[in-house]
Design a protein around this ligand. Structure first.
Ligand SMILES: Cc1ncc(COP(=O)(O)O)c(C=O)c1O
Length: 335
């Protein structure tokens, strides 16, 4: 099967498994797992932050950021379509009494600075206390420009608020911009990074930030039952991913470009925008998605939405197969 649903579906390679099997371990709740400690230090160094924390998932990383920056009765501003707001079960509200204030992303994945200014609540006891502003990079595969990030962080800092980046795919952004990732991450107080998306580790994310905030996050992680013991087995996969799988993200971006270029030549389908990174958003035109999905599944290609995601387990040959199958669908004009 060629699975284009998400970059979360990658399987660990033999070399990554070997690194996991030979990992040194200890009890991480006592801070004694050398491999977890190494991963956390590596992540902090790469992102130019004081400290890192290994967590179970991107959702946990974002939740720990909300809980560590905000208190009960506080508010965070985030994109209406941000993963943190839409797809994480409202964890900040459920567990922290933290109110979300969603704002629309523009078509570049940005929050408008004037809209942020309007959304910040007055310092008055009728209102929740606005404390934090969150961005996402990449946002639906789009890369935020460095210019916007700089203006955003200066604007938010001037208003005395803190910032969190959902950087589930921040390495895709840095590879596309051809800059070290810390050129992006240094503009945020905290950043969550997924190891189990394009970086192709089986499990795990990281939260990075200043020592005080990460110490708070470590406490919340324990409260949430996220203190793991001999987690070095998993952290070893993360170290392998950060050492071997960053530059190769460019291949996924090239594959996305190739796929988008071919799709643009079809009649019954197209693409919404040229892809920035590893996601191609299909323009369905008159095509019914369930017809397309059935046709692709019958040819060994798994979709779950009009979003096609390229990743390490999709080879160049697979991309050709996907293109041929879309062409066959188009020639049948199954729409
Ligand atoms: C942008 C973004 N942030 C956070 C997450 C959450 O990651 P996880 O599935 O590891 O909880 C995802 C998952 O797809 C995501 O796409």
């Amino acid at each position: 099967m060629i699975d284009l649903r998400s970059d979360t579906v990658t399987r660990p390679s033999a070399a990554m498994m070997e690194a996991m099997i030979s990992a040194q371990t200890g009890d991480d709740v006592y801070g004694e797992d050398p491999t977890v400690n190494k991963l956390e230090t590596l992540a902090a160094e790469l992102t130019a932050k004081e400290a890192g924390l290994f967590v179970s998932s991107g959702t946990q990383g974002n939740l720990l950021a909300l809980l560590s920056h905000c208190e009960r009765g506080d508010e965070y501003i985030a994109g209406q379509d941000a993963h943190t707001y839409q797809f994480e079960g409202g964890g900040g509200a459920v567990l922290g009494g933290i109110q979300p204030q969603p704002l629309a992303f523009n078509d570049r994945g940005e929050l408008d600075l004037n809209e942020i200014a309007t959304a910040i609540k007055p310092n008055d006891y009728h209102f929740a206390r606005t404390r934090l502003v969150c961005l996402e990079n990449t946002q639906s595969g789009k890369v935020l420009s460095l210019d916007y990030i700089q203006r955003f962080s200066a604007f938010v800092a001037e208003r005395g608020l803190r910032t969190h980046l959902d950087g589930a795919r921040v390495f895709n952004a840095s590879v596309r911009l051809e800059v070290p990732v810390d050129e992006i991450t240094r503009h945020f107080d905290t950043v969550s990074i997924c190891l189990s998306k394009g970086l192709a580790a089986p499990v795990g994310s990281l939260l990075v930030g200043d020592k005080k905030t990460i110490a708070r996050a470590r406490r919340w992680r324990k409260i949430l039952g996220g203190g793991m013991r001999q987690a070095g087995i998993l952290a070893a996969a993360g170290i392998y991913a950060l050492t071997h799988h960053i530059e190769r993200l460019a291949e996924d971006h090239d594959h996305a470009d190739e796929l988008a270029t071919a799709l643009k030549r079809l009649d019954s389908l197209g693409v919404i925008d040229d892809p920035d990174t590893n996601m191609v958003m299909l323009d369905l035109k008159t095509t019914d998605f369930s017809n397309l999905n059935t046709f692709m599944a019958a040819h060994g290609i798994t979709l779950s939405s009009p979003r096609l995601v390229l990743h390490r387990d999709i080879s160049h040959d697979d991309v050709q197969t996907v293109i041929d199958t879309f062409r066959a669908f188009d020639q049948g004009r199954d729409s």
